[in-house]
Design a protein around this ligand. Structure first.
Ligand SMILES: C[S@@+](CC[C@H](N)C(=O)[O-])C[C@H]1O[C@@H](n2cnc3c(N)ncnc32)[C@H](O)[C@@H]1O
Ligand code: SF4
Length: 482
């Protein structure tokens, strides 16, 4: 911490986390080969406490939101959707079939993007294939994302017909000025229309919000929350902290003055604090990394299915999180697989029956300490038994940090295990970073620094000022010119 940046809210931190979604990064592995990766996937052990979670990515979107961290491979050519649905199912079956968890119960399935609604009728093929997997059952959470401006009533009808338990869509901010800065449609007519179409037919209706956007104020954040919490048609809200370094197009827009800067540290911290405060005051409960649910509006059997996997990263070393589709990331015991971002390259690889991954961005490191640093992201916290079973995997520094964070009131302890205080939730990303081992932390920092460098390159004219910069597998192309 520097002298001129005071600690925020009496904590050890002088800023909020610079990263909120890419904690699972590992250093690049330039010498890894496809056969080594396949072997690691096929030998990843199904250990005690293993669970199977699926994430299916749909890389189509009609919008180009400046903050979007998921649009690196997004294609506007959704006429190919039918073909893509077939390849997605093929890749899912191939990856799933190689693992020791094939046939085991599936905890959750999330279909996200991009805009899965652009699959149109082809969503049936994806949902049918998922529901036909042995292991998919009444306890499996089934969630689908869509974009408000492009989703059609017929798509929602298909989700209802398949018994989808959760839908999720981005709102980010209700303020037209902030929406304009982010390149979202300024009008809210789509939100109103979609909430009418949904009309109580899907139990979890989740609106995504972001704090820390250019032009946002604490009052604006509080007003958005009040409006959405009071709307009986919205039963869950995810409030994310903006990761600027995952969105080079936003960095470029701020550099060049097209948008105002993002709110400063204290303002941001208070936005987070007040957000979690508003949820708790309204009796909403945490059921995901940044997701709160109204427990009176969601039936108990649906609530108990909510896995809290919206951050699309594994929760522990034992977890099999299979991320399928361009840009999606899988995490298995001893393997991290990063799919090719480029949609064409990914599709070609699947057609050739090759593993459609960017090998140098994958890793075969055994992250046995994962449950320690992911627990701030998990609504269920860290059970004491898991903490005790993990001792051999931790460095003395990690144990010391864990104890210090309890002492400082950011982590709470009980007989059952460990959780976050309200202040801990505000700084959850910083806790993850602090609890990681040194090499993992360095990889995350490097990822964020690269994102910021790409944004600065764009504002100097050395890279295109568009979301294609989110394809980090091509980052060297632009940074070489700097
Ligand atoms: C990628 S979108 C997919 C859903 C859909 N396309 C939509 O936006 O309506 C999922 C959510 O991720 C969040 N998100 C995207 N980029 C982010 C970033 N750089 N930092 C924090 N959250 C981000 C947004 O809240 C967004 O609604
Ligand atoms: S955040 Fe915006 S650009 Fe990104 S996937 Fe959603 S609608 Fe598309």
């Amino acid at each position: 911490m520097t002298d001129d940046r005071p600690a925020l809210l009496g904590t050890r931190y002088d800023q909020l986390a610079r990263n909120t979604i890419d904690y699972w990064m590992q250093p690049d592995a330039p010498t890894l080969s496809q056969p080594q990766l396949i072997e690691a996937v096929e030998h990843a052990p199904a250990l005690h406490d293993a669970s199977l979670r699926l994430y299916l990515h749909v890389p189509y979107c009609a919008q180009r939101c400046r903050f979007c961290a998921f649009s690196g491979g997004n294609s506007l050519d959704w006429k190919q959707a039918e073909d893509y649905a077939t390849l997605l199912v093929q890749s899912l079956k191939d990856t799933w079939g190689r693992t020791a968890m094939r046939g085991k119960p599936i905890r959750s399935v999330n279909i996200g993007g991009g805009s899965p609604d652009l699959l149109g009728d082809s969503i049936d093929r994806v949902l049918d294939a998922v529901q036909a997997l042995p292991g998919f059952g009444p306890d499996t959470e089934l969630g689908v994302e869509f974009t408000l401006a492009t989703v059609r009533p017929a798509f929602i009808d298909r989700l209802v017909a398949h018994g989808v338990s959760k839908v999720s869509f981005g709102v980010q901010s209700l303020d037209p000025v902030v929406r304009g800065y982010t390149r979202q449609p300024k009008t809210l007519v789509h939100l109103e229309r979609v909430l009418e179409w949904l009309d109580g037919r899907i139990p979890v209706v989740n609106a995504d919000l972001i704090t820390g956007l250019p032009g946002q104020t604490r009052e604006g954040v509080a007003a958005d929350l009040d409006t959405l919490i009071a709307d009986p048609r919205v039963t869950a809200i995810s409030s994310y902290l903006l990761t600027v370094g995952a969105a080079p197009a936003l960095v470029a827009a701020i550099d060049s003055g097209k948008t105002p800067p993002v709110p400063a540290g204290l303002e941001q911290a208070l936005m987070r604090l007040e957000t979690y405060g508003a949820f708790r005051r309204s009796g909403w409960i945490r059921r995901g990394t940044n997701t709160y649910v109204d427990p009176r509006a969601v039936p108990q059997n649906v609530l108990s299915r909510m896995a809290g996997d919206e951050c699309i990263g594994a929760s522990s070393y034992e977890t099999f999180l299979l991320g399928i589709g361009p840009q999606a990331v899988s995490s298995l015991p001893g393997v991290r697989l990063e799919n090719l971002v480029d949609v064409e390259a990914w599709s070609d690889a699947v057609r050739r029956d090759a593993l459609p991954v960017c090998v140098s961005k994958c890793s075969t490191v055994h992250q046995r300490d994962m449950a320690l640093w992911t627990f701030p992201l998990r609504w269920e916290g860290l059970p004491r038994a898991r903490w005790e079973a993990m001792q051999d995997a931790l460095s003395p520094g990690q144990v010391q940090t864990f104890e210090a964070l309890q002492h400082e009131g950011l982590i709470t302890a009980s007989e059952e295990g460990f959780g976050l205080s309200l202040l801990g939730e505000v700084f959850m990303g910083q806790l993850v970073r602090d609890l990681k081992a040194d090499d993992g932390r360095a990889a995350v920092d490097a990822y964020i620094a690269e994102g910021e460098a790409l944004g600065h390159a764009a504002s100097r004219g050395n890279a295109p000022d568009v979301n294609v910069l989110n394809n980090r597998q091509h980052a060297h192309r632009w940074l070489r010119r700097e």
